[in-house]
Design a protein around this ligand. Structure first.
Ligand code: ACO
Length: 401
């Protein structure tokens, strides 16, 4: 076997792979992904089966602990999460400091980071109980503060978790229930959200997950690592794409619904515009999540009796792109976020919150990957570079420059 460290010290050899297109950074037993075949599995279970038969908390358990839970294990997990849904009231002062209409992802990253101030002890990952408690704390508090970012912008009083309701149902309640009356929720909505969260729950070493792992590799706390993941997810090339897709569809609608014009813009190399929700670093055939979500969008809209012209524009755009040589030759297909926004919109979620929903869905993935990385005792993440700057130069005094 080649001793890479020895080789490097003798030759100075470094692999250069911008964007890590071909470099693995770790071994992982969590998610299997085959981009050519369009396969996605969590811990060996197909995404299709999980989306159809499971629910978000069960999938979270599976990702984090490796096995599908028994009835007793999932009841305990849910109960233990509930115990950690109270957020320190002093956090409200921090929220109050944000200007109205600050982007919810910015507030979420800051609040998640602020949780470190209220939970300052570094977690001892070799203590099973302590590790488990930390995970339940993350699952409980993150959901609540994620919804607070919306309540703050709406000027609503902040809401508390209802222990008699499930995790996903609580999300909608925390968002929309007002002191003036109980919030009624259609089971179709819970089902659709469960599905969406499951589809977003993990995706191996994507940008935000790699960020969580690399921050956590310095043994920074779980909340600090998750906060960094939220920031990475925010970008429009990653999780921010769901917001960007809907804004793009709205723009197309406002300009007369001419999908072809936008296809032409996306193909024009002088134009920075990209067709949002299209293309994927790994899926070069189709994104299996997009297939499930497209069907779910149809079902939800029908069940809720919503006739959204935006959905027709999305379908027109997809059909046109799939026939187009530019998109075909580059293997650009709709990704998970092409249709997710249409469902969120039908559920009354404002566009700016779309990426926050992605973050709630991705949380168990981040936690699972962080846990795996720490338990595997992975070394600190520290990429190398190929230096292309100036050679050694003599310093010039300021008056001579
Ligand atoms: N619209 C138009 N052209 C595109 C698009 C697009 N959406 N995506 C890729 N291309 C083109 C590129 O311009 C490039 O063309 P070229 O070979 O002529 O230079 C070629 O396809 C390859 O694209 P890369 O950017 O090299 O592919 P990469 O793997 O680095 O990027 C990414 C993948 C970031 C997802 C890209 O496809 C993109 O920007 N898509 C739009 C944003 C989006 O939907 N992001 C969500 C990703 S999924 C997720 O995070 C859940």
């Amino acid at each position: 076997a080649i001793d890479i460290d020895k080789l490097r010290s003798e030759t100075g050899a470094i692999t250069l792979d911008p964007g890590f297109k071909n470099s693995g950074a770790c071994k992982s037993a969590i998610t299997f992904l085959d981009g050519e075949e369009g396969i996605l599995r969590y811990r060996g279970y197909s995404i299709e089966q999980l989306a159809e038969k499971s629910n978000f908390l069960e999938v979270s358990y599976l990702l984090i602990f490796g096995e599908l839970p028994t009835a007793g294990q999932i009841a305990k997990f849910e109960n233990d999460i509930r115990k950690h849904t109270l957020v320190n009231e002093e956090m409200k002062n921090i929220i109050d400091g944000f200007p109205k209409n600050a982007h919810p992802m910015g507030i979420l990253a800051s609040l998640t980071s602020a949780l470190t101030a209220f939970n300052p002890q570094p977690v001892n990952v070799s203590d099973n109980q302590e590790l488990y408690d930390t995970i339940c704390k993350a699952m409980g508090k993150f959901l609540v503060i994620a919804t607070w970012t919306f309540r703050k912008n709406m000027g609503y009083p902040l809401n508390y978790y209802d222990n008699t309701k499930g995790y996903v149902e609580n999300f909608m309640r925390l968002m929309f229930e007002l002191p003036t009356g109980p919030y009624k929720l259609d089971p179709v909505v819970i089902n659709a959200l469960d599905k969406l969260f499951i589809l977003h729950a993990d995706h191996e070493q994507n940008c935000s997950t790699s960020t969580v792992r690399i921050v956590g590799s310095s043994h920074a706390s779980l909340f600090a690592s998750i906060s960094a993941g939220v920031s990475a997810l925010w970008g429009p090339l990653h999780g921010g794409a769901n917001q960007a897709v809907l804004e793009m569809l709205e723009e197309i609608q406002a300009n007369g619904g001419d999908a072809d014009k936008y296809l032409a813009k996306a193909k024009d190399k002088e134009d920075p515009f990209r067709l949002m929700g299209f293309g994927h670093r790994v899926y070069k055939n189709f994104d299996p999540r997009a297939k499930i979500i497209k069907k779910a969008a149809d079902d939800v809209l029908e069940a809720l009796g919503v006739d959204d012209p935006i959905l027709n524009i999305a379908k027109k755009l997809e059909e046109a792109a799939l026939q187009d040589e530019y998109f075909k030759s580059r293997n650009l297909y709709p990704n998970v976020d092409f249709y997710s926004g249409i469902i969120y919109r039908a559920l009354g979620i404002p566009t700016e919150m779309f990426t926050v929903l992605f973050a709630i869905g991705r949380l168990p993935g981040w936690v699972a990957q962080w846990k795996e990385m720490r338990l595997n005792k992975e070394p600190i993440g520290r990429p190398r570079q190929v230096y292309v700057g100036a050679p050694l130069r003599e310093f010039t005094e300021i008056e001579k420059r």
